[in-house]
Design a protein around this ligand. Structure first.
Ligand code: TYD
Length: 197
């Protein structure tokens, strides 16, 4: 059976931490899981990261197409997500299509068009949505230090949070939805994810 598990949430929600913890837990049980993240570490992902960090200016339409192109690249390249799944290994992805539908729509991009340009993307088997309040995400982002990224302002994150809530009801996008309360300790969130998975 295919095991493609996607993690979603706001910036600062803790998806990266939880991806690593689930991967380690699966490894302890003898299950090999690859992790992937979006934006990817590939060439298109690097340009997207530069835009998110403010080192490069990209028009929101170009950004939406860029995220879709990056997704296609890391899904379908030789050692990509699809090849890994076909080989029987699990893939845990830090962000996926839902991020585009929430973040790019928050910049005013048309929702139907966003779905269209992502229609190639295989659906996940499960989505873990780490539901962390905006204020807590903002605290974590500022505690991290460094500069504030493109989507990390209060109003933007609020808009993204609202868009996410509207998308989570669509099972074709999420697969099985595991909706976890993100305002708890790292350990208790990890435990809930472990039990659900
Ligand atoms: P990243 O530094 O990975 O964020 P975090 O570790 O906080 O999750 O940057 C991902 C950023 O890119 C985040 O602000 C969300 C945004 N993003 C999009 O706007 N569209 C997308 O399709 C994806 C995958 C990410």
């Amino acid at each position: 059976m295919r095991r493609f598990v996607v993690f979603e949430g706001l910036d600062g929600a803790g998806t990266t931490t939880q991806v690593a913890l689930l991967r380690d837990e699966l490894a302890r049980r003898g299950i090999a899981a690859e992790t992937s993240n979006e934006p990817s570490n590939g060439p298109i992902g690097s340009a997207l990261r530069a835009a998110i960090e403010g080192r490069l200016r990209l028009d929101p339409v170009a950004l939406a197409l860029g995220f879709a192109a990056d997704r296609a690249d890391h899904l379908f390249k030789e050692d990509g997500v699809v090849a890994t799944l076909d080989a029987g290994r699990w893939v845990l992805s830090d962000r996926y299509v839902l991020s585009s539908l929430a973040y790019q729509a928050s910049l005013g991009i048309d929702a139907a068009w966003l779905r269209e340009i992502n229609a190639f993307a295989i659906p996940p088997d499960a989505t873990i949505f780490i539901d962390t309040p905006v204020e807590l995400c903002l605290e974590r982002i500022s505690a991290r230090g460094g500069h504030i990224e493109l989507f990390e302002g209060r109003e933007r994150l609020r808009a993204v949070a609202e868009l996410y809530q509207g998308l989570l009801v669509d099972e074709r996008l999420t697969g099985r939805l595991i909706h976890v309360d993100g305002a708890r300790s790292v350990d208790s969130i990890a435990q809930e994810i472990r039990e659900q998975i």
